[in-house]
Design a protein around this ligand. Structure first.
Ligand SMILES: [Zn+2]
Length: 77
């Protein structure tokens, strides 16, 4: 029987890239510390992260048929 100690799994902290214990003993996992977790939450709150390829707003792109052709001049006399 193997008698290996229950070594905690370690991952890389997404915030500081440091070593983080990914175990129930670390309530801030996958972050290494509360500070890194709060920093990540703050980054989201301040909109530092953006999702490329998923624009929230459609760009105001005018219809090419209407923008390319000059509109009929209105005769105002
Ligand atoms: Zn960290």
């Amino acid at each position: 029987m193997s008698d290996r100690p229950a070594a905690p799994r370690k991952v890389r902290c997404p915030m500081c890239a440091g070593e983080s214990v990914y175990a129930p003993s670390n309530p801030f996992r996958p972050f290494c510390s509360e500070r890194c977790k709060l920093m990540d939450l703050g980054a989201w709150a301040s909109d530092q992260y953006s999702i490329p390829g998923a624009p929230l707003e459609r760009p105001l792109d005018p219809d090419p048929d209407q923008s390319a052709l000059p509109s009929a001049p209105k005769t105002l006399q």
